[in-house]
Ligand binder design. Structure first.
Ligand code: URA
Length: 219
């Protein structure tokens, strides 16, 4: 039987998502992905009030790039520039991320999708809090389910520890292959950290090469 969204898409209208139908992420098990379409997900993030960050953010920042990408890059949370422009990694850290991607032959938006653990900016760029991470988790899980990436690259301690559900230090998490659900996951330093700690760029390069090797072995 055709769903409502199937019928609308047959009619060329696209999914219709009325306010009262909008999933409330706070009312669900944060560890299970909801079955969103991209349109539903974008709408849910744009109107999300599941945590206190909604009152201080300019907009929800869902992610950017190729929705069928093999590579999924996951950072921490939008900063001031991202909150203003609605796209992840557009500030100085974003420029470095683009350079890191270019170093292994990748371009933002081409076979690469970039997202964050949190979709709303924590005020003053403070660290995300556990209730905020839990409230946002269904959105990240839904993104992973929609994209079906071949490999996840976790940027920085915060993304790595949350995705791997560990408090191990990043120095111990990087340099090896983990799994998120079934997807291979590689940890590297956050570009904002690398801007302040240039010597670790060499280690980040090793991580990127590891990720590239894994990807090459998968395709
Ligand atoms: N840092 C992040 O983790 N994500 C962004 O989008 C920008 C900076």
């Amino acid at each position: 039987m055709l769903s409502r969204d199937d019928v609308f898409s047959e009619l060329g209208i696209g999914p219709v998502w009325r306010l009262r139908d909008r999933p409330d992420p706070s009312s669900t098990d944060p560890h299970r992905a909801r079955h969103y379409t991209w349109e539903q997900l974008a709408d849910a993030v744009a109107h999300c009030t599941a945590c206190k960050l909604h009152s201080s953010r300019t907009q929800g920042v869902l992610g950017v790039g190729d929705r069928n990408a093999d590579w999924l890059i996951i950072g921490e949370a939008p900063g001031a520039d991202e909150d203003r422009l609605g796209e992840p990694f557009v500030g100085q850290a974003g420029k470095l991320l683009d350079a890191m991607l270019a170093s292994i032959g990748l371009t933002r938006g081409e076979n690469v999708y970039i997202a964050n653990v949190l979709k709303s900016r924590p005020p003053g760029n403070r660290n995300p809090e556990p209730d905020e991470v839990a409230a946002c988790r269904p959105y990240l899980l839904a993104q992973i389910e929609l994209i079906q990436p071949k490999l996840i690259l976790a940027l920085g301690r915060f993304a790595a520890q949350n995705l791997l559900d560990t408090d191990e230090a990043i120095a111990r998490l990087r340099g090896r292959v983990h799994r998120f659900q079934e997807v291979p996951l590689v940890v590297t330093y956050h570009p904002a950290y690398l801007l302040r700690n240039l010597p670790d760029k060499a280690r980040a390069w090793e991580d990127l090469c590891l990720a590239r090797r894994i990807m090459q072995s998968l395709v």
